[in-house]
Structure formats: C-alpha cells, structure tokens
Design a protein. Structure first.
Length: 128
C-alpha cells in the first residue's frame, strides 16, 4: 500500500507507526477513525483498490488491433449485461451510458450552448 503513495521501503515503518498513533489518538478522544480521516491513507487505499482514470478510459475505448478487439468486446458485453441485469437499464441505454462515460473520460465537452441558441450535444447521442 505504501508504494501507491511513494513511501520508500526505508520509511514504511515510520509511516505505519504514524498512522497507528493517529488512530489511537482518535480512539482516546472517543472519535471513530475511518480511512478518509487521514488523506495519505485515503489516497493509498483508493490507488490500490480503484483503477486509474486512464485505465478505465483504455478499457472502454475500442482498440485498434483485432486480437485486442475480441477481449475488449467480451469485457464490454459483460459491462452491458451487468447494467441491464443488476441496475435495470435497457440494452440501448446501457450502451449509450458506456459511450457517454468514455466521452467524459477523454475530457471531451458534452454540450455547447452558444448565446441565444439551443443546446448542442457534442457526443454521439442516439435518442431512439
């Protein structure tokens, strides 16, 4: 976990004892300690458990090579099925949601509203 926040092997024990001291001081004051109470600990846990934004974007974007496309299609299909089965989306809506998330992760704008005009969507949106 320490590697996720660039704590060296040499400083690992010092970091752990510091976290232990913080936890015990919170307990002595009668407060409950969560991982979000210490910013470095929160960053380390989230870095280990959650994929980076770049990895998620790569996973949702269609690859260029045929061998990678097969694996990508399988993963995408499982995401679509989970959205439909577990969260009640229709197939079309789940496909649209994945495309929208991919668009956002690439830091592309979603809509544009010029002065005095209507909203213009800047991503492929299929309302059918």
């Amino acid at each position: 976990m320490e590697k996720a926040i660039d704590i060296t092997e040499r400083n690992k024990n010092a970091f752990r004892s510091e976290i232990y001291q913080i936890v015990t001081s919170w307990r002595q004051r009668g407060k409950s300690f969560t991982y979000t109470s210490e910013p470095r600990l929160k960053t380390a846990i989230e870095a280990r458990l959650l994929p980076s934004r770049r990895k998620v974007e790569r996973g949702l974007s269609e690859p260029r090579f045929a061998k990678q496309k097969i694996n990508w299609a399988r993963k995408r299909k499982s995401i679509l099925e989970r959205l439909v089965d577990s969260y009640g989306y229709c197939t079309h809506c789940s496909e649209d949601l994945i495309n929208y998330v991919n668009h956002i992760l690439k830091n592309r704008p979603v809509l544009k509203t010029p002065r005095g005009e209507t909203v213009e969507w800047l991503w492929d949106f299929d309302p059918n």
